[in-house]
Design a protein around this ligand. Structure first.
Ligand code: HEC
Length: 511
């Protein structure tokens, strides 16, 4: 090995150069972090190692030259690019492991930790880890929204409730400059990035299978229109739906996360949206289960299945089964040619897929869900209840709901998050199960609509590339897949057996 390649390996170790693509166009290496302005190429097909195997990123338009590309370039004043928080190795999201690694390497000098939203509050001493505790512990960025809410055109929306800060451990909601009682009142909540991949499934308007199709199309009244095109939009972008369209979302992301001085140019917007529309992400290899794609693998796994799949279809039925068939892996249980551990793992994944699709439990007291004429409780499975989008597993209907992640009493009390008291006006339609006085860590959709019944409601997100981007849920409250399963088990008194929990975890780690 010559001097040049040794130097290169050292640089790779520091994350300073892109990892070499070998002749097949696959990347491998010990550092997979992409810095803004790093240059080089994101190959058409590239794999990255993670805790349980490998994730594969697929660019259907071919290799992406990242030099000068708007998604990969620091366009604003803080040194960040879109890719800073939407890393290919992390399934186009961002894992807390990556965040901690960047802190260990560069501390507050890494633009990821920019004061604006990469710290608990910009007014804190930025050199100290404690000032970035929500990001370092749970992967949470500060999302700051004006109070009272503003419409798309900037006009003030009259909120149906008053909001007070009860606890402010992160220090921003009572901050004299950035807080709720400052000259420009802001509410700071703390949220996980959502992946920028498999986007056609998020932006396409729902298609069902009869008779559900009629249901979706009849109720377009639930959907807002894109002010630029006048068309209905899916409302699937961002946990509170404020994204509206990819173009609108990108402008907003550039203004807040990147702190751009000038709005994005038309060329930059088009380049960002074109990139987002062609990138697919899914787990492709499991250390125990082996190849997740190719001959003999379940057809719904891997990014190629997402590229080829039909977007915005209901997957809660035998015609379209959420993540496709896993029958071949049930059969694997009896295949003597496979190592025992692999056999057992594959059978467990297949059982997990079936539990997700079919194992019912009583879904109760979910605001903006059980009250929609479904009945309370409503007897459904993960897939037939809420995670019903074919191949993606978010809710196909534009359904914000209060699962209990942020509203008391369901939320695991998060002592590091702000706590608000929401008091709804007497004439407001109350939150169905919590009434007119609600304690919450994040009012969610209500910060956009100003509606009492939306307090704490968030939009489900896609369930792909999960291993690459822990922790989970909008507020990062589940450190790993097992904690996520345990949350549901507690919340709905499901009573999963130990085996069922393990099967669900194994299944989700293949997505
Ligand atoms: C500092 C970190 C950070 C940076 C930089 C960043 N994002 Fe994000 N992104 C987030 C967070 C956090 C969310 C979720 C916010 C929420 O739910 O309210 C998100 C959500 C998104 C979503 C919605 C995905 C979904 O499933 O709902 C898209 C699309 C997106 N970002 C695109 C971009 C683009 C384009 C850029 C560059 C202009 C960018 N992001 C820069 C943190 C970041």
């Amino acid at each position: 090995m010559g001097k040049v390649s040794i130097a290169r390996i050292i640089l790779i170790g520091l994350g300073l150069v892109p990892v070499a693509a070998n002749t097949q166009g696959y990347e491998s290496g010990d550092s997979t972090w992409r810095m803004p302005n790093q240059g080089g190429t994101l190959p058409a097909v590239v794999e990255y190692p993670n805790a349980t195997g490998r994730i594969r990123i697929l660019n259907t338009d071919g290799p992406v030259r990242t030099e000068g590309h708007a998604f990969f370039t620091a366009l604003g004043t803080n040194g960040r690019a879109c890719v800073s928080c939407h890393q290919p190795a992390d399934g186009m999201g961002l894992s807390v492991d990556s965040i901690r690694r960047q802190w260990q390497r560069y501390g507050a000098a890494d633009p990821l930790f920019a004061a604006i939203d990469g710290s608990n509050c910009p007014s804190l001493r930025q050199q100290e880890a404690a000032s970035h505790s929500l990001l370092l512990n749970k992967g949470l960025f500060r999302v700051f929204l004006p109070w009272p809410p503003r419409g798309a055109d900037g006009s003030v929306i009259k909120a149906e409730f008053d909001i007070e800060v009860v606890k402010d451990p992160a220090g921003c909601n009572l901050d004299p400059e950035y807080g709720l009682y400052s000259r420009q009142p802001m509410i700071s909540v703390y949220r996980r990035p959502r992946p920028v991949a498999n986007i056609k499934y998020l932006t396409e308007l729902p298609h069902g299978v009869p008779p559900h199709e009629a249901f979706f199309y009849n109720d377009k009244s639930l959907l807002p229109r894109d002010p630029e095109t006048g068309q209905f939009v899916s409302l699937q972008l961002m946990s509170d739906g404020r994204g509206i369209s990819l173009r609108n979302q990108a402008r907003d992301a550039a203004a807040t996360h990147l702190q751009v001085a000038q709005p994005l140019t038309e060329a930059q917007l088009q380049q960002i949206v074109a990139f987002e529309r062609q990138v697919y992400a899914a787990q492709s290899y499991d250390h125990v289960g082996g190849d997740l794609t190719g001959p003999g693998a379940p057809p719904g796994l891997g990014p190629e299945a997402l590229r080829d799949g039909a977007p915005a279809r209901l997957g809660n039925n035998p015609v379209n089964r959420i993540f496709g068939s896993f029958a071949m892996w049930l059969a694997a249980a009896n295949d003597p040619t496979l190592p025992v551990a692999q056999r057992e793992f594959r059978a467990s994944v297949a059982r997990g897929a079936e539990i997700f699709y079919a194992r019912r439990f009583l879904i109760a007291d979910v605001g903006a869900y059980n009250d929609k004429g479904l009945g309370n409780p409503f007897n459904r499975s993960c897939g037939s209840g809420c995670h019903n989008t074919l191949l993606m597993g978010m809710d196909l209907a534009p359904g914000f709901m209060d699962l209990g992640l942020n509203n008391w009493p369901w939320a695991n009390v998060q002592t590091d998050l702000p706590l608000f008291r929401v008091s709804c006006h007497p004439d407001a339609v109350p939150q169905s199960y919590l009434g007119r006085v609600i304690y919450t860590h994040d009012p969610g959709r209500a910060l956009i609509t100003g509606k009492c019944r939306d307090v704490g409601a968030t939009m489900t997100q896609q369930s792909r590339a999960l291993v690459a981007r822990a922790p989970y849920f909008v507020n990062g409250s589940s450190a790993d897949l097992r904690e996520m399963v345990d949350f549901y088990d507690r919340r709905f008194n499901i009573g999963y057996t130990e085996q069922e929990k393990q099967d669900l975890v194994n299944f989700m780690r293949t997505l």
